[in-house]
Write a protein that binds this ligand. Structure first.
Ligand code: GLU
Length: 470
């Protein structure tokens, strides 16, 4: 079988996590089966659809590397085709014009709710043959009154729905606009989609769509409904949980492949393996291994996955990504040590390039800001002679390499007859502004001689000023 999948976003916002995960699964499935991945923009909601959103979705897919083989198709370009199918459905007796007024439908709905029944259209116009003058009708699909629909969902298993549960849904509004369930089916049929893979928020639409496929006389595709992504309170992930554009994660310094790896694991698993190369995902992905219930989005885990992928990058790749992250923070990497060297020192200590850039910024700036707590603790009067001794020793040190710098500091500690920590801690605060940094030898080496000495002098001034205030 020539597998064809589609990703069909509505361009009413950014590409969010759920959308990205759907796109990923459609893409993986198509690639795995040497099939075709189609992109279709469902822009029929003209008020909420925007070009910026189309662009945001395309940008998100490009960042993640989800390349499509066909499209983007736009539903708003296909109205003639939808109308053609609607007319055929009326002709073949599968759809009819409904003239019921909004007031009448509202009344019917309220009555049903008061009687605790599911609101549904009562079929008044089903067999009607005459037109009502001055009223633009809606077109309704004639849902079979008896029998049931069976969905053999590739993720959820067998689902049966009685037709008596289903309404005669509107497929064209009185303003002439076709509705979602109609356009989706016409497109899936025309684009010869073999596997509809989408979020399970659409599962209620599926039986209705199956009826429309059958009425059109075309093959019904296979369906795979993916469980929702949940926030940590177990509710469907939304903005409230920080569910933002996938591009947000780019600016947070997450690698696109780490994002893909993490998204793949939100709902799919392969034994207890967590880290997958792209090749492995493409070889291993299977809809049968998707779980049926929702999965909780876990930022801590995403960061961990990211760190694993960061660790496998080459020095050059790390350096390029670090330079970009620094640039995003308006820190130029021109004046300082090679980014690749900094990145390889910091890679074990950071879970994202954003975090790495925060730690690296001190190597590219003249001054550092002292963290108040760290300065209070380490830059006390007792530290003054220590810092002065270090300053003198380092002024005389020409071999500005981590090893020899470390040796120079050890000598200073020995000369002052104090432990290494008493030298290292105030020095670390002087150089980095904070109490935590990589190895102090590496830190000094990366900071460079001139900047290191200037920062030690500034710390000495800080201690003196503090002594004066008392
Ligand atoms: N346009 C729909 C959405 O963004 C998806 C429709 C579908 O996959 O069938 O939710």
């Amino acid at each position: 079988m020539n597998v064809r999948t589609r990703f069909a976003p509505s361009p009413t916002g950014y590409l969010h996590l759920g959308g990205a995960r759907t796109a990923l699964f459609c893409w993986l499935f198509a690639r795995r089966h040497k099939g075709t991945f189609v992109l279709r923009v469902e822009d029929t909601d003209r008020e909420r659809s925007t070009e910026e959103s189309v662009q945001a979705i395309l940008d998100g897919m490009t960042w993640l590397g989800l390349d499509y083989d066909e499209g983007p198709y736009f539903q708003t370009h296909r109205y003639d085709r939808y109308n053609e199918v609607i007319d055929q459905l009326i002709e073949s007796g599968h759809a009819y014009k409904c003239y019921c007024s909004k007031e009448r439908l509202d009344e019917m709905r309220q009555l049903a709710m008061a009687e605790k029944r599911k609101p549904r259209y009562d079929g008044t116009c089903r067999e009607r043959t005459d037109a009502v003058a001055g009223v633009d009708p809606v077109i309704r699909f004639k849902t079979p009154l008896e029998g049931k629909v069976v969905i053999d969902d590739l993720v959820k298993g067998k689902i049966e729905i009685d037709n008596s549960e289903l309404d005669d849904l509107v497929i064209r509004r009185s303003d002439g606009n076709p509705t979602y369930n109609l356009t989706v089916v016409v497109d899936d049929a025309d684009m010869q989609i073999t596997h509809v893979i989408r979020g399970d928020d659409h599962i209620n639409n599926t039986p209705r769509q199956i009826h429309i496929f059958s009425a059109m006389g075309v093959d019904v595709p296979a369906f795979a409904h993916l469980p929702m992504i949940l926030g940590d309170d177990g509710k469907r992930m939304s903005k409230r949980h920080g569910a933002v554009s996938v591009m947000q994660y780019q600016s947070e310094g997450i690698l696109p492949h780490a994002m893909l790896n993490y998204l793949a694991r939100l709902g799919w698993s392969h034994g207890d393996q967590e880290i997958f190369s792209e090749q492995e995902l493409l070889e291993l992905f299977a809809l049968e291994d998707c779980q049926r219930s929702g999965s909780v989005f876990d930022k801590t885990k995403l960061l961990w996955v990211n760190q694993q992928h960061m660790a496998s990058l080459s020095e050059d790749e790390l350096g390029t990504a670090l330079a970009e992250a620094l640039e995003q923070k308006s820190v130029s990497s021109a004046d300082g040590p090679p980014v690749a060297t900094v990145a390889s020192v910091l890679k074990e200590r950071s879970q994202s390039f954003n975090e790495m850039a925060d730690q690296a910024a001190i190597f590219y700036q003249d001054k550092v800001e002292l963290d108040e707590k760290a300065a209070k603790k380490q830059l006390r009067p007792v530290a003054q002679p220590v810092l002065e001794a270090i300053h003198a020793k380092l002024t005389a040190t020409d071999n500005w390499q981590a090893e020899s710098l470390k040796a120079a500091l050890e000598e200073t500690a020995a000369e002052l007859a104090i432990g290494f920590g008493k030298v290292g801690q105030p020095l670390r605060v002087a150089i980095t502004g904070s109490g935590a940094s990589p190895d102090i030898g590496d830190t000094l080496a990366l900071t460079g001689k001139e900047r290191s000495l200037a920062r030690i002098s500034a710390a000495i001034e800080y201690v003196k000023a503090r002594a004066l205030v008392g």
